[in-house]
Design a protein around this ligand. Structure first.
Ligand code: SF4
Length: 460
């Protein structure tokens, strides 16, 4: 069986040298950078905002047990129903039962990475239920038979020409390179689906403890329609999305918008606190929130890495990462890609299988410097590497190499053994098929510093 890491290496090689991919990503990332630069002008002191956000999220994560209970009490007091799902299987089982009692045939969905995490669409299809993605980017990747490329912009890897061809192939529409026309094509199709669907599924950007609410952020208004039309609404939310009170959103909403897309604030920010009440004119008859753990408690128990749960999924670290920009989102083959994916995927899905993601980093710290909640991303990558070594997951060649290196480094005679030509030869043999395939080998000095020092001559 081919190792996940081998597939990752092969895919990385292909994507990095794919000129079309490079061009599309460079263009879209360029637009993102310009937009963020303009969005940042709303902050007098962005650093302070980041520090406050980091403190508030860390406090919420440290008090998660109490806040979740408080949140549940408030939410159920308004008629909402709560499902605690320890893993994907429990979440799918509960959703399957809700679908049965709603006699669901069609489900409209707004963008939700947690639904990707539990492979919800595959499950619904296996039950004979059509899942219909209503976020434009999600709809595009669903039509293309792909998974999201990016946690904020799922179809970032596709140009408008690609989308036009996709629509032409699957929907029989005329080819057009006009983004507005392309949007209208999808929108016309979606309108009908909202009114036909029995169930609407959303994610949730924040759980608000003091009011028992779920905050949903989006730019297209599709999440609101997903909640408003069907009789049943399910919000599938990771337990770590907690904030202590509603006023905290004053800080988090703009931070999420600016880091995610460069906007001052996202177009639609909705707070949902339960099903339709007697004095309300719209909203679902039933509202469920599925609180998903799926590895989060395990991460919470790890003092050094639990700050990864502070993530508000803005995607900024992906856009800052030189590795992500070259290999692209699909290469990671996980729901969460880029730097944040590289730190949480091994924890959620198993370190043994996904530890290679923590090595796919230049450790430049670009991710850490843009993170709006100040997660120490590049150092957590190192902690994952350390854990994998401590748990004996590194292969025998790596172990042998490091043990040899350590022995030599601690022994002056061994370090001087053979002179520079032997060492140069050893480097070219050892790294011929890896580092040196695309880079110039380091050229060693003719004499080592130690040799020069001993001879009293200060030049090689
Ligand atoms: S780790 Fe930070 S930068 Fe990356 S997605 Fe999460 S909040 Fe955004």
């Amino acid at each position: 069986m081919i190792e996940t890491s081998e597939v990752f290496n092969q895919e990385s090689e292909v994507k990095t040298f794919d000129p079309k991919h490079r061009k599309t990503i460079a263009k879209n990332m360029g637009k993102y950078r310009a937009s963020v630069a303009s969005g940042m002008t709303q902050y007098e002191n962005h650093e302070l905002a980041r520090s406050r956000a980091s403190f508030l999220k860390s406090t919420a994560i440290l008090n998660l047990d109490k806040m979740l209970i408080e949140w549940e009490q408030k939410f159920t007091s308004r008629g909402g129903k709560v499902v605690w799902a320890q893993n994907a299987e429990e979440a799918l089982l509960a959703i399957g039962q809700i679908m049965k009692s709603a006699k669901a045939r069609l489900v409209v969905k707004s963008k939700s990475m947690t639904s990707e995490e539990i492979y919800l669409n595959d499950f619904l299809e296996s039950q004979g239920i059509e899942p219909f993605e209503t976020d434009l980017g999600e709809y595009i990747v669903q039509l293309a038979g792909q998974r999201p490329y990016h946690i904020v912009t799922p179809a970032m890897h596709m140009s408008k020409e690609d989308v036009s061809e996709l629509f032409h192939k699957h929907l029989g529409t005329e080819l057009t390179n006009n983004p507005e026309e392309l949007t209208m094509i999808a929108r016309r199709l979606m309108r009908e689906k909202y009114t036909e669907a029995e169930v609407g599924i959303t994610g949730g950007n924040f759980l608000i403890s003091d009011i028992g609410g779920v905050a949903v952020t989006e730019n297209e208004g599709n999440a609101r329609l997903t909640v408003a039309f069907p009789k049943v609404h399910i919000a599938l939310v990771g337990i770590e999305k907690m904030v202590a009170n509603m006023l905290d959103l004053d800080l988090f909403w703009p931070l999420l918008a600016t880091s995610g897309t460069g906007q001052h604030v996202t177009v639609y920010n909705t707070i949902l606190t339960g099903p339709r009440q007697e004095d309300e004119v719209d909203g679902p008859e039933e509202m469920y929130v599925v609180l998903l753990d799926n590895g989060r408690s395990k991460l919470l128990a790890d003092k050094e890495k639990r700050q990864a749960l502070n993530c508000i999924r803005c995607g900024a670290c992906l856009n800052a990462c030189p590795v992500y920009k070259n290999i692209g989102g699909h290469t990671y083959d996980t729901t969460y890609s880029g730097p944040i994916g590289a730190i949480i995927s091994p924890q959620f899905l198993g370190l043994e299988k996904f530890k290679h993601l923590s090595y796919a980093s230049s450790l430049c710290g670009g991710c850490t410097s843009v993170c709006p909640v100040k997660i120490d991303i590049h150092n957590i990558l190192l902690l994952n590497r350390k854990q994998s070594v401590e748990e004996g997951m590194n292969n025998k060649w790596e172990k042998l190499g490091f043990s040899f290196w350590k022995t030599a480094m601690l022994n002056r005679k061994l370090m001087n053994f053979g002179g520079s030509s032997i060492k140069q030869w050893a480097i070219s043999v050892m790294f011929k098929n890896s580092w040196s395939r695309r880079r110039q080998e380091p050229i060693l000095a003719h004499k080592s510093f130690n040799e020069m020092w001993k001879s009293g001559k200060r030049s090689a």
